[in-house]
Write a protein that binds this ligand. Structure first.
Ligand SMILES: [Zn+2]
Length: 366
């Protein structure tokens, strides 16, 4: 995980299993809900195409029904080219993976695409993605299904990553998991029994915009004092830089705080305090058993989580304190989550506890 990188992730909404080719791929629609009607059995060589689209890079690969990553690639998103070019890149990358599978004698059976923004996962439409070249009302699922001739599922990035962390990563064995990646922004995914809550308008989990310091720093959303404006990796770097007059990243702040820099320690303590305030709200709303902290800021490990546990404990009132741990899958979470989306639409998911993700091959494309 890049320290200050946008952290990617996302989901499956309750029992809805959207597919552009529902009838063809063994689903039926009943009362607006797409239900699974038959379970296919896994054939040797079957893989899904998993694509995790971020603001700067695309992480993608071929993944087996047992969640083994057989092949992975990274590409640049280059959002400055605009929405149409970004979509073409996503489709081209997915098509390239299908070709790679064919060369390796593998059979792609479905594709999953995780993307940041407001994603209507039922319709497979990206309603809005500000950092994707201004993507708006884009029927990504249909475009990909047409291009690949495969069933496709599209999910929100944080909810997709959260699904992977809860199912295959740090949340394995827990029923109620709150996944919070802290990178350029802060969001959350609430996973209950392997299902991610998406909200009534596909907007659940925006805890970065809980106001923790009324009148505080201006946030990108227009409010003041949002959690994200104080505790995101970029905000941590910015707040310290403002005080000392030189540019520093969140990683610099963590290192300097550990080395005894008083101002860095102050910024770090404020960060922990803001996160604890938001976690208390999250506990009141979601009551998770486990909080999984990911993203760049989580690379600070116990330097962040230790004081965060203490600060939450001091505020916890009558709530039960959740366990707070660091994410395990790092920046592979979004890609594995996209694979889970694909496996669900292909009806091939094996939600076993044995399958550990393994990267066999890693290719960096130009
Ligand atoms: Zn905000």
């Amino acid at each position: 995980m890049r320290w200050a990188g946008r952290f990617e992730h996302n989901d499956a909404r309750n029992t809805v299993l959207p597919s552009g080719n529902a009838h063809k791929w063994g689903h039926r629609r009943a009362k607006g809900i797409l239900e699974t009607v038959n379970h296919s059995s896994t054939q040797p060589g079957q893989v899904v195409i998993a694509v995790d689209v971020g603001g700067t890079g695309i992480k993608c690969g071929l993944v087996t029904p047992d969640h083994e990553v057989l092949h992975s690639e990274r590409h640049k998103t280059r959002t400055e080219r605009g929405a149409a070019a970004v979509i073409e890149t996503i489709l081209g990358v997915a098509e390239g993976l299908a070709a790679k599978a064919a060369v390796e004698g593998l059979t792609p059976v479905a594709a999953g695409i995780a993307i940041p923004g407001v994603v209507d996962e039922s319709a497979g439409v990206v309603r809005y993605a500000s950092n994707m070249g201004g993507l708006k009302d884009t029927p990504l699922r249909q475009l990909a299904a047409d291009r690949l001739d495969l069933p496709v599922r599209v999910g929100h990035d944080v909810r997709t990553g959260g699904l992977a962390e809860a199912t295959l990563g740090a949340g394995k064995g827990f029923d109620e998991v709150l996944f919070i990646p802290i990178g350029t922004g802060i969001a959350a995914a609430h996973i209950i029994g392997g299902k991610v809550l998406a909200g009534g308008h596909w907007g659940a989990g925006e805890i970065g915009h809980i106001i923790v310091r009324p009148g505080g720093p201006l946030c990108g959303c227009g409010q003041r004092g949002c959690l994200e404006s104080i505790a995101s990796a970029s905000a941590v770097g910015r707040r310290y830089s403002e005080r000392v007059g030189t540019t520093a990243t969140a990683r610099d702040v963590a290192e300097r705080a550990a080395a005894g820099d008083v101002i860095a320690a102050e910024v770090w303590a404020e960060t922990v305090d803001a996160l604890a305030a938001a976690l208390l709200t999250a506990q009141a709303l979601y009551d998770p058993e486990l909080v999984v902290v990911g993203g760049g800021l989580a690379e600070a490990g116990e330097q962040l989580l230790g004081p965060l546990r203490v600060a939450l404990r001091e505020r916890i009132a009558f709530f039960t304190e959740p366990e707070i741990v660091r994410a395990k899958l790092g920046d592979e979470a979004g890609c594995l989550g996209a694979a889970l989306l694909a496996l669900s639409v292909a009806e091939l998911d094996h939600p076993t506890d044995q399958a550990a993700p393994v990267t066999v091959e890693h290719v960096t494309a130009p």
